[in-house]
Design a protein around this ligand. Structure first.
Ligand SMILES: Cc1ncc(COP(=O)(O)O)c(C=O)c1O
Length: 367
């Protein structure tokens, strides 16, 4: 008996396809590929290496934490790496300088620490302006002060990148994006420094946000960043191919009578005699516990509904009364033929969370 435990198959050809899509959408921009959170659950090293080869090379990588950047350097990645939250401690600065990393500056604490540090070599900086998302970034009125401090500091490399982040670009009807782009234009007007604003949704839907650097995350992984997208629209967005396909085996097939409860709390009961399939994946692997009855699972060429509560290591699906499914059959939880966007909707979350939550015990198989 050989059964597959939860496996995420990573399709590097799909990654390259999505990268080419980004280059088509933003042909004049350099690409900073966002690899934070283990490359959105896909495996930091393998994604970075695939985007460092031949003619589909990212120009830089973006991560959230110093550890992620150092893991890339240890893996032999020599490309520019940007810390998207900047540095957290004064000690980080030496490590940043030694490893030729780049840092965002978004706060006064960071500005003072950087400008007063004793560094061997200057550090390359991305100055983050808050244009309306109100998460990280300096206020537009403070821009001149920060800009003059940074451009006159011996600790700062002369080529600064001016950046901001879009909060609502996934909704094409939201007026905030136009306002953010206009404010970014106004604050950075007349400056010849490189600029960066677009995340995946900006790349896909807001051409005027592209500037010299785009910063795709989700699009790289073949997933639409746009809100309110139906499964049909996902399939018709034929330019993107999901990089991850998450699968596991059926480990038991059980007949149950009408009205018999299934799983913890007996939260689901069938209204007829039916067959239940038990699949070896649960919230311990990253399958969302909040997925409700009816969440689609792809099995033997058809969709079967999740029934009952998601357990730590297993889920149960209703195979129907005439099922021919058997132990060992492979179920797809999301991927090429079942968009993660759709599963996320059933679990009242977003694809980003499902991907990042893939846990360490899931086997990663790169093809
Ligand atoms: C500063 C910054 N740029 C770009 C991205 C990539 O976003 P997305 O995955 O929506 O393309 C992120 C991710 O949250 C980010 O924090």
């Amino acid at each position: 008996m050989t059964l597959r435990t939860a496996t995420a198959t990573i399709d590097l050809q799909a990654l390259i396809n999505n990268f080419s899509y980004i280059k088509q959408k933003a042909p004049d921009s350099k690409v900073l590929a966002v690899l934070k959170a283990n490359a959105y659950g896909h495996g930091l090293e393998c994604i970075a290496k695939a985007l460092s080869q031949f003619d589909h090379q990212a120009d830089a990588f973006g991560v959230a934490r110093l550890d992620e950047a150092l893991a890339l350097r240890t893996a032999g990645i020599n490309k520019p790496i940007v810390l998207l939250e900047g540095f957290f401690n004064i000690e980080d600065l030496d490590v940043i300088a030694e490893n030729n990393l780049q840092t965002i500056i978004h706060s006064q604490e960071q500005l003072i620490t950087l400008c007063t540090a004793k560094l061997e070599n200057p550090v390359k900086v991305w100055l983050k302006i808050d244009t309306g998302m109100h998460r990280l970034g300096i206020n537009p009125e403070e821009f001149q002060y920060y800009y003059s401090q940074l451009t006159t500091s011996k600790n700062v490399d002369s080529s600064i990148v001016l950046m901001s982040h879009l909060g609502c670009a996934d909704d094409t009807e939201n007026k905030n994006t136009d306002k953010q782009i206009a404010l970014f234009e106004e604050v950075t007007d007349g400056l010849s420094d490189n600029k960066s604003l677009a995340n995946s949704a900006g790349i896909d839907a807001w051409y005027s946000s592209h500037y010299q650097w785009v910063r795709p995350g989700l699009l790289l992984y073949g997933i639409s960043p746009m809100q309110k997208i139906s499964t049909t629209q996902v399939f018709s967005h034929s330019s993107l191919v999901p990089v991850m396909t998450l699968q596991s085996s059926i480990i038991a097939v059980r007949q149950i009578d009408k009205e018999e409860p299934v799983g913890y709390g007996g939260a689901w009961k069938s209204d007829k005699i039916t067959t239940i399939g038990v699949i070896a994946i649960g919230y311990g692997d990253g399958y969302p516990r909040h997925a409700i009855n009816g969440t689609p699972v792809l099995l033997n060429g058809r969709i079967v509904p999740l029934v009952g509560r998601v357990s730590m290591d297993m889920i149960t699906v209703d195979l129907g009364d005439s099922s021919k499914d058997k132990v060992g059959d492979i179920a797809t939880l999301w991927g090429k033929d079942l968009p993660v966007e759709e599963v996320a909707t059933w679990a009242t979350t977003i694809p980003y969370e499902l991907l990042c939550n893939i846990s360490r015990r899931v086997q990663i198989s790169v093809k």
